[in-house]
Design a binder for this molecule. Sequence first.
Ligand SMILES: Cc1cc2nc3c(=O)[nH]c(=O)nc-3n(C[C@H](O)[C@H](O)[C@H](O)COP(=O)(O)OP(=O)(O)OC[C@H]3O[C@@H](n4cnc5c(N)ncnc54)[C@H](O)[C@@H]3O)c2cc1C
Length: 552
Amino acid sequence: MVEETDVIVVGAGLSGLVAATEIADAGKRVMVVDQEGEQSLGGQAFWSFGGLFLVDSPEQRRLGIKDSYELAMQDWLGTAGFDRDEDFWPRQWAEAYVAFAAGEKRGWLRAMGHRFFPVVGWAERGGYDAMGHGNSVPRFHVTWGTGPGIVEPFERRAREAMKTGRLIFRFRHRVDALSVTNGTVDGVSGVVLAPDDAERGKSSSRNVVGDFALKAQAVIVASGGIGGNHELVRQNWPKRLGEPPKFMISGVPEHVDGRMIGITEKTGARLINRDRMWHYVEGIQNWNPIWPRHGIRILPGPSSMWFDATGTRLPAPLFPGSDTLGQLKYITSTGYDYSWFILTQSIIKKEFALSGSEQNPDLTGKSWRMTLRRATNKGAPAPVEAFKSHGVDFIVRDKLDELVAAMNKLAGSDLLKLEHIRMQIEARDREIANPYVKDAQVMNIHNARRYIGDKLIRTASPHRILDPAHGPLIAVKLNILTRKTLGGFETDLDSRVFGEEGRVIPGLYAVGEAAGFGGGGVHGYRSLEGTFLGGCLFSGRNAGRAAAKAVG
Ligand SMILES: Cc1cc2nc3c(=O)[nH]c(=O)nc-3n(C[C@H](O)[C@H](O)[C@H](O)COP(=O)(O)OP(=O)(O)OC[C@H]3O[C@@H](n4cnc5c(N)ncnc54)[C@H](O)[C@@H]3O)c2cc1C
């Protein structure tokens, strides 16, 4: 017998959970299917740092940050660079999303018990002109409790709805097809996977033990992006970012496989902007991996010196934390797929944050006592120190010649010349004596420290890299790490998916990363950060509310 419900949601990640809870709370029946087990509820969001883009929030105001919808829109448009016919809906989404981030978003979350860490971070700082890429002001609000803290309110709502029978989960159910009757999407079918108690995030078995079919008046695709499928990433890699790297590490679990995107396309759903993606260049190989090729992204403060594989400093304004895709493009243009940070113990202690809930036990565990140690400790946070000791990409030495020799050994080449590197570091170090200088990165450091949040916990006081009092010296080999899919299914503001002739496909919705976080690419070419989780919240909410209304 084919089971029936009002709405089916494919994917129990954040966007799927938000959509499903909105449907259940509107009094409709919803079934959430996911290929993974219950232990992986929340998908990628559980592993995330929980950073959310907000505009003109009380947290910003308390830190003296003056922000506005207009300033945020200026930054969004300068960053997105919308330039295609396909950008019609993404642009509508951008305007609506920035209004949400400047309005309802915080209060809506707060009413569900969600809270923020009070110091607002400053991601993607740009470095071009006022209309160019980047955040003019800090806007990265970290969830108190990181990733699990953003999943928790929606999981709680889902479990409440389960008690009334309005929401049902079907774990280990992998969707292989959408069913279409008279042009309307009205169900899903697929296979039941064998139970597997693999820990959250670990790869689970794909052994099939049965099949299933479900019927509904609407289906919401919330299946995530393609970042765990390197073959697909390489296939969609745009020429403007150079050749796809030969070596990449994964910033997402293996279930981010992109498979459901191809399945949805078979209904005629229009996938746009598939060449837009968001991968990081500060990836380090996890010494204690959870998923295959597991990499962690360093969220760097502004002081580390950045060198390409040949030992040449990255050009201005490609400093740490400025322009992710600008850096990616530069690095691929060198013909190598890695680059280097050189820094000091004083810099790593204050400026290295690692993206991922498990890498921030203080914030994830909501421990003020542990979090305050970030400001008072002699060393870096314990997870950073652990990477320093065990990470294959880290080198720690007292002297520059020893450091460079070890870097060459790690790269398996002699590309780095000691005198070339020494000359560049000494030149930068001479710029430290005055607060008004020529070196744009040193100017950046002074600028960052004028923001109290950076001065307190994110930017080391300016010092010479070669000053032994700030040592030892540290080099980090940085890899390219796959993460987000910026393109996706084209949708209207209700998250209804368009078909090839520009007509909405009845019964079909897409949300979260599968919808390019809204509309098929709300970010355009680039992101201001903290906009991915926020895009899951906004698109999931819109879809859930619209589908609940539509099913009558
Ligand atoms: C380490 C890390 C740090 C991050 N930090 C941040 C941050 O600070 N701020 C921010 O904004 N973003 C961050 N992100 C990004 C953000 O977490 C994700 O983009 C977002 O959670 C994606 O949610 P989603 O619901 O679209 O998809 P997912 O979380 O990928 O969920 C999709 C679900 O669909 C299921 N599925 C897929 N195909 C099928 C199928 N055929 N049948 C059944 N089920 C299927 C999958 O198993 C999965 O459970 C981070 C991500 C990671 C990994």
